[in-house]
Design a protein around this ligand. Sequence first.
Ligand code: ADP
Ligand code: NA
Length: 344
Amino acid sequence: MTIERVFSGIQPTGNLHLGNYLGAIVNFVKMQDSHNCIYCVVDLHAITVPVAVWGGPDALRRNIREVTAAFIAAGIDPKKQIIFNQSQVAEHSELAWVLNCIARLGWLNRMTQFKEKAGKDRENVSVGLYDYPVLMASDILVYRATHVPVGEDQKQHVELTRDIAQKFNNDFAESIAAQGFGEAFFPLPEPVITGPATRVMSLRDGTKKMSKSDPSDYSRINLSDDADAIAQKIRKAKTDSEPLPSEEQGLEARPEADNLVGIFAALAGKPKPEVLREFGGSQFSEFKSNLVDLAVAKLSPITTEMKKLSADQAYIDAVLADGSERARAIAAETMTGVKDIVGL
Ligand code: ADP
Ligand code: NA
């Protein structure tokens, strides 16, 4: 039986937001009770965009600390789980090369996130941005992880990871058996995409994902926002003029309403239908003031703790050093296996 092991990551690109929190971090926290979890600050992914965008070395170091602090402030226990940053475990990059030789060009050409991020100027993006999904596959597979909690936008990348794992297992089936690993070396990891907010949308435009890179600060709630900023952003959030419906099908074709109800449900830890039973027939002004209270109550303690922790550089560095060491031990064992299997 394979042990259940969770892996996931967040990029240290600044502006950690409510989408990252509800789509990913909340599930990271939940899974730690029942699984061995490895949570990674994926700094090698952060540098796939131009330096002017990720901000240079000082910003990167600060953002690595911020994501680490967010993990801990949200409730992940760094003594029981592994929290570390990707660049400190060289095996991620080493395995990525082997997996580059397994992944097919046609598979990468189908990745929608690359198409979105590259935009029209495709000749001028980094090779790293194109290869990002293979590095992500290696992040997961180097721990032979079985479960990957992510937001909906990462589903395709986890599916690619499964394809790469499967092809490696098939291409080297004989060697895998001969080396004593049985029928498969890599488990096929499952995406874990659950909860009422797997895709949090912009507060300004219900058709766009809430994102770190949206130029409008009012489009997202940052985990660093204080109570006033949270309140202002929610009050200004775009809505239609109808009252809230009392059933979920009433949210169809009302993306902004759907988004705010999903956010409320996720913060309250309730399913959406329950929220609608409570607020069906209410005007948005009333619903929003309840949402402000809830968001401030849930997020403010995290924000306060995050600020406190990220100011304590020695503590954060110690967490990352300890996490890297524990991660490296697992990754090194996988890499030895991979080399034996491939003949390297
Ligand atoms: P971003 O997409 O904000 O640049 P990352 O790529 O570091 O952030 O993603 C970190 C995690 O947050 C991933 O699991 C991703 O799916 C999740 N995530 C990002 N944006 C959202 C969103 N708007 N709604 C839900 N989950 C999201
Ligand atoms: Na993302």
